[in-house]
Design a protein around this ligand. Structure first.
Ligand code: ADP
Length: 896
């Protein structure tokens, strides 16, 4: 809300002057028409700067208009209609006026004038001879609510000086108009009465000196400014009020003073416009003043005399100094907080802030400390500690102090006062001996001491302490340092926050590392275990298959059954190993998925086809119900693995004469595959557990083969592909496992996959293709595996298998005859498969002979390493006999 009111700071004089009297006075002085001396512009500018106003002006209000006599901050129209103007209000009420927002007033309308952007207004009356309110000194701001009583006080001070200058001009006019020697008594009377009134006027300091610099007259205000009584100065040299260096040549300046050598208003001259100078008071202390000197003819034409109008600038200088100090402080804080390097190294920033603090406060000693966050006792941690006289030796000590907490054991110490809740401790030179004793022992000779609390939201975060401060210690000093303390509090909070975050991160990293190490250990264990199992399994599966498929052998039924049992147990074990390895890979995040847009209806049908023999063997009917084409995003191999698991389960956990139905359909935004069966079903309390690894529920003690890992793996695989697996089941009725996948409208690559699969499929050996002998050197140290290999190729008369147990046997075999193909085991004594391969290439010139690695190291990384390192093929144990035959067949064909 706009505030408009006559400020009470300056009481209206209890003088009644009618408007016609006031106008008559204005007319008599000719103020409206007289050109303003430059001193007035100077004072208006000073006033504007003192109240921080972008616009300031001096206006004289006559019968109709507001006449601008001097202005600062804008080019003025010479006059405006006075109706409704703040100046008219001031002159009529003879009081200062504050307006918070000019835009909320109806009149005057400043639209189109230079004042149209002005919002706030502060003005004080200009009153001459303590009677006549002739005009106003006004300050404007483009911001609303910019001014207050303090502004009015400052303006009033300048108004006094302006009144003195206007009165002085009036006297000079009178003086120049009167020929003293031939003056009429009335003129002389008027001159004297005006002059006396001016000189008596206590508002400004006025002094008059002769050409020798002797004080002829000085009013009380001027004398008081320098700490004297007028009678103490009259007859003394004016040099008494000047600093020594100026005083020494002042007499000479006065003696040789030639007004013609000075152009009117010349910059920097005290004659005419006046300027800021420094005087000296009775105690030798500097007094900043504005001095404007007028030259007048001496009485009776005897040489020149000088009248000086003195304005006290102490308040203005204080304000200026305060502003400059604030600017300096804010500048330092800005510099510190925008220096990225300093910010990154927090210690560097503390050192910088601390050094800036000592410089700004002109202190010899000081420190900044944080209150220990979680300490029960009184304890601080120094952030920066330094004094200007620190020696190298002391630096070591300081570094040591900075690196640890400092406990404050003496509860009577000055620092303890702050830790006990005092916001500030200010002790000046008049400290009592007892107070001094509260400072730490061994302290240097301190002149004073300050301790200030750094706090935020009533929480004490730290302390800033200074000693031997070369500034006045008072409320202003503390107020001035407020932004510094806030910055410290912000930094402490920031650092605490960062420390907390770092601690959490370190903990997380430690936990992560532990987990990773555990995972690594698990994977290593699993791969070692799988390697150890694969080698014997190679023999178990391979020999049992050979025995079963060898047409020359016929076994009694019982033995045949046993053979089949051996073979299926081997297959079962290898499936288990593969599933566990897959699970470990998923858990460690090392399983990679090649996601593509799959036509899942076709893929499901294909999978079901492959399982028909299994279903038939257990008397279960199986069928697929599907829409035409359904696309979903998944990894081909892994999705097929999922389907195989679920459909195999549906067949396994069924009953003779039961059925399995696999439905592929679209449900909303998702694609769904349901595997429903009429099997044994799952108990409700077991439903929650069937996805846990190795949990087999009711099947645990049944004859149905399984390991309890399949569903865990299936659900994880689906999760990784962005899908999910749900189950519904009723004991004795059947179960439905539902796969949901994200749909895609993109065309499938399934066909392409099929194509590429078939194109890359190796061809099997056709003995008719090539009647020539194809020789293979198989390097293997395990006799069972050697035997198996010989048995595999037994029915292929054109294949000649030679065996080597190790590298020496291998090299001598090559020396006698280079084979057409090498099959190398990897884990061999003395020289492993990789080394033998390299030696064969470099020493026996076998680069062009294809080499197959056949190893129990079956991790994808092993396969990749083998392929990258020059093996033409990398096959894993237990050997897939059909696969091996196909690969060998390819090389036989290539040689031909
Ligand atoms: P398993 O190798 O034992 O088949 P799975 O992880 O595939 O392991 O399944 C875990 C258990 O869930 C099985 O042992 C079985 O008790 C139960 N289960 C899985 N599928 C079915 C199903 N279609 N019908 C009834 N029970 C099932």
């Amino acid at each position: 809300m706009a505030r408009e009111g006559c400020a009470d700071t300056m009481n209206a004089f209890s003088v009644t002057v009618t408007e016609s009297e006031r106008l008559a006075f204005l007319e008599a002085t000719g103020l409206v028409y007289t050109e303003s001396p430059a001193a007035l512009s100077n004072l208006v500018q000073l006033a504007g700067e003192a109240v921080n106003a972008p616009i300031a002006l001096l206006a004289i209000v006559d019968a109709k208009s507001v006449n601008f006599k001097a202005s600062f901050g804008l080019v003025m129209d010479p006059s405006l209609s006075r109706i409704g103007t703040p100046c008219e209000v001031i002159v009529t009420a003879r009081r200062p006026l504050l307006i918070d927002d000019l835009h909320q007033r109806e009149s005057p309308n400043y639209e189109g004038t230079s004042l149209q952007d002005a919002r706030s207004f502060a003005g004080v009356p200009i009153i001459l001879h303590e009677r006549y309110a002739v005009g106003a000194l006004c300050a404007y701001s483009t911001e609303p609510n910019a001014y207050d009583e303090e502004t009015v006080k400052l303006l009033s001070r300048y108004a006094l000086s302006i009144e003195a200058v206007i009165a002085g001009v009036g006297m000079r006019k009178a003086l120049s108009a009167i020929d003293i020697n031939h003056a009429r008594p009335l003129d002389l009377y008027r001159f004297l009465s005006h002059g006396t009134e001016l000189l008596r006027n206590p508002a400004s300091g006025v002094v008059s000196i002769d050409q020798r610099g002797t004080v002829l007259w000085i009013n009380a205000r001027a004398a008081k400014l320098f700490g004297y009584l007028p009678e103490e100065l009259v007859g003394q040299s004016i040099n008494l009020l000047m600093p020594k260096d100026i005083a020494s040549h002042h007499d000479e300046t006065l003696r040789t003073y030639n007004p013609k050598s000075l152009r009117k208003g010349e910059h920097g001259s005290i004659i005419g416009d006046g300027r800021e100078v420094v005087g000296v008071d009775r105690d030798g202390q500097p007094v900043p003043i504005h001095l404007a000197v007028s030259e007048v003819a001496g009485i009776g034409g005897q040489g020149s005399e000088f009248i000086g109008v003195i304005t006290d600038l102490r308040k203005v200088k204080e304000t200026e100094e305060r502003l400059a100090n604030e600017t300096l402080l804010l500048g330092k804080l800005h510099e510190g907080l925008t220096n990225v390097n300093a910010l990154l190294s927090a210690d560097g920033l503390w050192a910088f802030l601390h050094q800036s603090l000592l410089e700004l406060t002109q202190s010899d000693y000081g420190w900044i400390a944080e209150v220990c966050p979680s300490s029960e006792e009184k304890c601080i941690r120094f952030k920066a500690l330094w004094d200007r006289n620190t020696s190298n030796k002391d630096r070591g000590l300081i570094a040591e102090i900075l690196s640890r907490d400092t406990h404050i054991s003496d509860d009577n110490s000055l620092i303890a006062d702050v830790l006990n809740g005092k916001n500030e401790v200010l002790l000046d030179a008049s400290l009592t001996e007892q107070q001094w004793q509260q400072l730490p022992l061994g302290r240097p000779d301190l002149q004073n001491f300050v301790a200030l609390a750094i706090s935020s939201d009533d929480e004490l975060l730290g302390v800033v302490a200074l000693a031997s401060v070369n500034r006045r210690l008072d409320g202003d000093f503390v107020r001035w340092l407020a932004p510094f303390l806030s910055t410290c509090s912000l930094l402490i909070r920031l650092q605490r926050h960062n420390a907390e975050r770092e601690a959490v991160m370190t903990e997380m990293q430690r936990t992560g590392e532990k987990l990773e190490a555990a995972n690594r250990a698990k994977t290593e264990f699993l791969s070692a275990m799988s390697h150890e199992l694969r080698t014997p399994l190679n023999s178990v599966i391979g020999f049992s298959k050979l025995l079963m498929t060898n047409p020359t052998l016929s076994f009694p039924d019982r033995q045949r059954l046993q053979l089949e049992q051996i073979h299926s147990s081997g297959e079962h074990l290898i499936k288990l190993i593969n599933e566990i390895l897959d699970l470990a890979k998923i858990e460690s995040g090392r399983m990679s998925f090649s996601m593509e847009d799959l036509e899942i209806a076709g893929l499901t049908e294909e999978t079901v086809k492959a399982l028909i023999p299994l279903a038939e063997s257990t008397g279960v009917r199986i069928r697929v119900v599907k829409d035409l084409e359904i696309y979903a995003r998944a990894d081909y191999t892994r999705f097929k693995q999922v389907l195989l698991n679920l459909i195999t389960n549906a067949i396994k956990y069924n009953r003779p004469g039961g059925w399995v139905e696999v439905r592929v359909m679209r449900v909303g935004d998702e694609q769904r595959v349901e595997v429903a069966d009429s099997g044994i079903g799952i108990k409700p309390d077991q439903l929650d557990h069937i996805f846990e690894p190795f949990y087999r529920g009711a099947a645990e003690f049944s004859a149905i083969e399984g390991s309890g890992v399949g569903l865990t793996l299936t659900r994880e695989l689906l999760r990784q592909m962005g899908g999910r697996l749900e189950v519904e089941s009723e004991l004795g009725v059947g179960s439905t496992f539902s796969i949901s996948l994200q749909s895609t409208s993109a065309p499938t690559h399934a066909l392409e996959t099929e194509d590429s699969d078939s194109s890359s499929r190796p061809e099997s050996i056709n003995p008719e293709d090539n009647a020539e002998i194809f020789s293979i050197l198989y390097v293997e140290d395990n006799p069972a595996n050697q035997r198996l290999m010989l048995d595999i190729f037994e029915g292929h008369p054109n294949i000649d298998i030679r065996l080597a147990l190790n590298f020496t046997e291998a090299f001598s075999a090559v020396e006698s005859q280079k084979p057409d193909l090498f099959i190398l085991d990897i884990n061999l004594p003395a020289m492993d498969g990789f080394e033998i391969k390299d030696a064969l290439n470099s020493k026996f010139d076998c680069q062009n002979v294809p080499k197959i690695a056949l190893s129990a190291n079956a991790l994808p990384s092993d396969v990749e390493r083998g392929r990258k390192n020059g093996f033409t093929e990398y096959l894993t144990k237990p050997v897939d006999i059909d696969g091996l035959l196909e690969v060998v067949g390819k090389f036989v064909k290539e040689r031909g």
